[in-house]
Design a protein around this ligand. Structure first.
Ligand SMILES: Cc1ncc(COP(=O)(O)O)c(C=O)c1O
Length: 448
């Protein structure tokens, strides 16, 4: 690509986002925003949102873009919090969902063919898996995996990493406390007794994990880890070290693959890093944009949830109206069919690597003091001089600078939420690249 002053590549994009800073909203769109602010906390249905003056009411999504009711669009780097690796409304996913909707959506106590086929795909893809138990979301999957680990070991503590997010359940809302390593509540509504069931260690610090794990060896049921925590990649040997420590003290190792599953590679973080946990938790991509979660592992562990064992010691309750929901399973199956094709990840990762390179060139040209980090289909802008290794590094970011860049990116037509890693999908192409580079170019220029 050759650069010029107004367009980083000099190519005119086929589809351009409408810079939302410079357009006037219709009365309808403005009214929708006002209604959402009146009815929903922070005006949205999740915890992340654009700043109030950049609010975007997504009326529909198509490919790599989301559109508001005025037809303005943004290049989506949130990708449904990671659920949409094919982008919005991939035709094969829409067709699979429509077909399943016509066949039925809940068969409690039975299994739909779509759910069964998805189970087969999951077990074939997940190195640790012989069996799989379906839930409704990633949060449930991690909660159930922790329950299975505690039942299987007869121990009550678990070890998590500072800053890790494993979903919305009480048990994992623990952050690092003082030097005893026991957690303290990370949110209101969680009792300190609950948070103290967690040992909290710094990510990537294998010595700290070893010390803490051995100090509580008799009580520690499991270590749970996001193999890539937010956009922090594991140091060489870190995941292998966790595997060994868990084995040494008779605890289980759980990989929370809710984001990394099928994104880093078809076999997820397990195959990307070559480390096999005892249990793996899935969500997001396996539901193809619809609510689904799963815990995969050896039969001896997964069978603990079998209803036939409900009167036996060690039985683990694992039950929900929408567990393994066939519509989500059909969407997930259609998604994994695409994701499993030869070259899928090579193409997606190459597109993202090129984006990272081009963004870095722009930052350098403007002497903007940021680096573009990431790997596979993830990217992030960082003000740190080196890739972050733990949550404490993220706390040292220059959030004012990152916030200004994000505002510029949104104004230029990119959907990037504050503090979140950015994710690409297979629907991101030339026009999205062009759009993003233009937006980043003007964001950097605006900092001068
Ligand atoms: C690593 C990780 N685990 C678990 C979850 C929870 O998944 P869900 O939002 O589907 O409940 C998330 C959600 O973002 C996540 O990022």
């Amino acid at each position: 690509m050759t650069a010029d002053a107004s367009s980083p590549s000099g190519i005119q994009a086929a589809t351009r986002s409408s810079p939302i800073a410079s357009r006037t909203r219709s009365a309808d769109a403005a009214q929708q925003i006002a209604r959402s602010r009146a009815l929903l906390p922070n005006g949205v249905s999740g915890r992340s949102a654009l700043s109030p003056d950049q609010t975007f009411m997504a009326a529909r999504g198509a490919g790599a873009r989301i559109y508001d009711s005025d037809g303005a669009n943004l290049v989506d780097y949130h990708a449904g919090a990671g659920a949409l690796i094919l982008g919005h409304c991939a035709p094969s996913v829409v067709a699979a969902v429509q077909a399943q909707v016509a066949l039925g959506s809940v068969f409690f106590g039975s299994t739909a063919p779509a759910t069964l086929s998805l189970a087969e795909r999951l077990v074939a893809a997940s190195p640790c898996a012989e069996k799989v138990a379906f839930a409704t979301a990633g949060s449930e999957a991690t909660a159930y995996a922790l329950r299975i680990a505690r039942a299987a070991t007869g121990r009550k503590l678990f070890l998590k990493f500072d800053g890790a997010y494993h979903g919305n359940q009480d048990l994992t809302q623990a952050k690092a406390a003082s030097n005893d390593g026991l957690g303290m509540p990370e949110t209101g509504g969680v009792p300190s007794e609950t948070a103290r069931l967690a040992l909290v260690a710094p990510y990537n610090d294998i010595d700290a994990v070893r010390t803490l794990a051995h100090r509580h060896a008799q009580e520690l049921a499991t270590i749970i880890v996001e193999p890539v925590q937010k956009h922090i990649f594991p140091r060489p040997g870190f995941l292998e070290g966790l595997r060994q420590i868990a084995r040494d003290i008779g605890a289980l190792l759980i990989f929370d693959e809710v984001v990394t599953g099928f994104r880093l590679a078809y076999g997820g973080a397990q195959s990307y890093f070559g480390v096999t946990p005892d249990l793996a938790c899935y969500g997001k991509i396996i539901g193809g944009g619809y609510p689904l979660g799963a815990v995969a592992g050896p039969s001896a562990l997964i069978d603990l949830v079998s209803g036939t064992r409900r009167n036996e010691p060690g039985y683990v309750l694992f039950n929900g109206t929408h567990h393994g929901m066939p519509v989500a399973a059909a969407a997930g199956l259609a998604t994994l069919e695409q994701v499993g094709k030869t070259g899928f990840h090579d193409a997606l990762n190459a597109w993202t690597a090129n984006l990272r390179r081009e963004l870095q060139k722009i930052a350098d040209r403007h002497a903007t003091a940021v680096r573009i980090d990431g790997d596979a289909s993830m990217w992030a802008v960082t003000t740190l001089p080196h890739p972050p290794t733990c949550n404490a590094d993220l706390a040292r970011e220059d959030n004012a600078l990152l916030g200004a860049i994000d505002r510029g990116l949104v104004a230029g037509g990119c959907y990037v939420l504050p503090g979140n890693r950015r994710l690409a999908t297979s629907a991101h192409g030339d026009s999205e690249l062009e759009n993003t580079l233009c937006a980043f170019d003007s964001a950097c220029r605006g900092l001068r």
